[in-house]
Design a binder for this molecule. Sequence first.
Ligand SMILES: Nc1ncnc2c1ncn2[C@@H]1O[C@H](COP(=O)(O)OP(=O)(O)OP(=O)(O)O)[C@@H](O)[C@H]1O
Ligand SMILES: O=C(O)CCCC[C@@H]1SC[C@@H]2NC(=O)N[C@@H]21
Length: 283
Amino acid sequence: MVRWRYGMIDPVAIRAGLEPGALVPITIYCYDRVGSTMDLAREAVQTLPPDALPVLIVADEQTAGRGRLGRRWVAPPGSALLFSLGLHPPAVATTMPTTLIWLATVALVETIEQETPLQAGLKWPNDVLVKTSTGWAKTAGILLEGGWDKNSLVWAIIGCGININAAPDPQITRYPATALAIAAETAIDRLRFLHMLMRRYDYWLRRLYSGESDQLWQTWRNRLLTLGQTVHIHTGNDLVYGTAIDVERNGSLIVREPSGTLRRIESGDVGLVDDHSRNINEV
Ligand SMILES: Nc1ncnc2c1ncn2[C@@H]1O[C@H](COP(=O)(O)OP(=O)(O)OP(=O)(O)O)[C@@H](O)[C@H]1O
Ligand SMILES: O=C(O)CCCC[C@@H]1SC[C@@H]2NC(=O)N[C@@H]21
């Protein structure tokens, strides 16, 4: 069912946009229409030999796109970049999967600022926002799924949905959302954008595979718009309200409650979804 066509985007062109010897993506599948790229990436990554490089699944349209917390992810056909990258995690991510969220969000913020006049930032833990004339608005979301063996992540899928040409219907979003071309008031070439984004993935993945995660963590932390803000966060057990004051080296958010009590919230606490499999979860 692979149809080597994706509007202007085709795998040969994606590869051509990468630097020689680029780490990602080694195998690219482009589809017109799928249920969710997460499911295709899951099939692909589970049969990937242990030393294989990542696999990238791109689709022009999803009929069952999913977001965090079991929510829907919707995008009109051809309006967005929708992809999942399946990979064997770098060693650092096998015990700290959130490293892959730093990679995906930082790479995207950098690409947005390189390719558009927009200012971009991060909402802890997974959202990418851009500054619009009316304030910050979500333009992309990251969904991380993975498979565990004992306490180690053995495969991971980074899912990314970027609104490029159309904003989601305000009826379904519960927060301000936009699309890059709308916020920037300029056309955006999806193929070029994907090229540039994959270059940033390549840059950061190389660092992670060679065991360096400090620079990525620092960059992620510096890009967080959440620090200093008042937050309401639903964890698995309760609602935490207070001021976000810092993040820890493992990505946990520290919130000071009005009483002065400090609460530590792990990103995994927010939105852990049991998908009825014992070892496959949103992470
Ligand atoms: N393309 C998109 N860009 C930004 N946000 C999106 C996009 N597509 C979906 N969303 C977000 O995903 C969620 C929509 O999913 P869903 O309809 O399941 O949410 P919900 O309103 O919480 O529904 P439920 O009551 O079933 O939990 C909302 O939070 C919406 O803002
Ligand atoms: O903000 C979120 O809730 C995360 C949204 C992730 C959406 C992307 S679109 C490509 C990939 N396939 C999916 O079904 N979901 C992710």
